[in-house]
Design a protein around this ligand. Sequence first.
Ligand code: HAM
Length: 438
Amino acid sequence: MIKAVRGTRDLLPPETALWNFVEAKAREVFRAYNFQEIRTPVFEETQLFARSVGEETDIVSKEMYTWEDRGRAQSDKGQSLTLRPENTAGVVRAYIEHKLWERGLQKLYYIGPQFRRERPQKGRYRQFYQIGAEVIGPPSAGSESPARDAEVLEMLATFLDRLGITGWTLELNSVGCPNDRALFNEALRKALEPVVAKMCVDCQRRAVTNPLRVFDCKIPEDQPIIDKLPRISQFLNQPCRQHFDEVQAILKATGIPFTLNDRLVRGLDYYTRTAFEFTHGGLGAQNAILGGGRYDGLSESLGGPQAPGIGFAIGEDRLVMSLPQSANAVAPQPDVYIAPLGAGMNREAARLARELRGEDIVTELGDESFRLKKSLETASKMGARFALIVGENEVKAGSFALKNLASGEQTSAPRAELARMIRNSVIASRVQIAPENK
Ligand code: HAM
C-alpha cells in the first residue's frame, strides 16, 4: 500500500471544516486591518532562502527540499530550486520584482503550505501550513515605525481571541540592529570559549558558526550555562532601545499583554529589532503557535531598495490543535436527505435537489434502489436534519413527506413551500463551529 510520505498527512473531513473556519476568520480579521492577499510560488530559487533565512540556520543547512532542475531550456538547466520553507523571502522577492514600493506601504497576507525536512513529531510536519502577514514599504511610508509592530501584534491577539483560543502568551524581545548583534556575537563568543566544551555537540557547532543560535538549545544540561551568557538586551543601541520601548508602550495602551524574553532569538537570520512568538500551553514541546519579527535589512540583502518590514507566520496545524473543544463538536451535516422511492424517482429527486440546492439548502441525494428503511437509516447516519420522501404519489400530488429525523415528526409540504420550511427550521439553528469572542 502506498502511504502519505513521512511527515506529511491528509486533512480529512470533518477536520477540514475547522481549517476552513480558521482561514475564513483570518481573512475577516486581517481585512479589518486593511491587509490584502498575496500568493507566491511554492518553489523558488535556492539562493533566495540562502540569502534571506541564512546559510547557517538549521532551515537552510539541513531542512530544505532542494533539487536541480532538469529542464531542456538553457535558462533553467541545472538551476537549483527549493520548496519554500517559509514565505517571507518569497514575499520580499515579489516586493522587489514588482516594485511594490511604488504603491506605498504594503500590508500583505498569505495562507499556504511550507516544507521543512524536520524530525516529525506532534505539531511538527514536513509539509505544514502557515497563515502569515508582512508589512513592508519604503521608510517614507512609515514602515519602520514601532506603530507597525504594535499593530501587527494587536491584530494577532485579536485573531486568537476571535478563534476562542485562550491561554496564549506573547513573548517579546528586541534583537537589535546588525551592529548591536555583531557586538553581542563577539561577547557571546568570548563567554562561550571557556564553557563550550561542556555543552552539547550542536552548541559546540553553533559557538563557531552562529553563537546566537545557542539560545535555541533545548538540552536541559546546557541550560545553567546558557542562563549565565550575556543577553542581546545589554547591547541595544539607543535608537533600537527607543523603538522597542515605544512598541511596548503602544501594546500597553491597547491592552495587549506580553512577557519580555531576552533569550528569544528566533531561528532565521533576517531579523532586526522586534522579535516575538506566541506560545500556547496545550501544545507540548512544539509550543510556538506563531513567530515573527522585524527584518529591516532583508530587501537590501536581496538586492532591493531600503524597505523595512515586520511580519509573522502562524503554524496553522498548531493553531487548529489549540482551538477550544467546542470547535470540534460540530461536523457539517446536510440539511435534507432526499429519498427517492421506486423506479423513475431518481429523476424527480434530481429535479427537487436542484431546486433546493439553488436555495442554498445543503442537500444529499439517495437512490431509488434503496428501500425506505435503508434511506432513512442512511440519512440519520450522516446527521441530516430532514428526510424528504419522493414517491410516485407525492410527485402526482405535488406534495412531499418531510420527516424531521431528530423528533420523528412528519409533515406534508407542497413543493413551493419545501425550501422555506427547511430553511426556517435549519438555518436558524445552524451552529457556529467555534465561539465568537467579539
Ligand atoms: P518560523 O518561526 O520559522 O517563522 O515559523 C512560524 C511558525 O510556523 C512556527 O511558530 C510554527 O507554528 C510553524 N512551524 C514551523 N515549522 C513547522 C513544522 N515543521 N511543522 C508545523 N509547524 C511549523 C517563519 O517562518 C517566518 N517566515 C515568520 C515571519 C514572517 N517573520 C517575519 N515575517
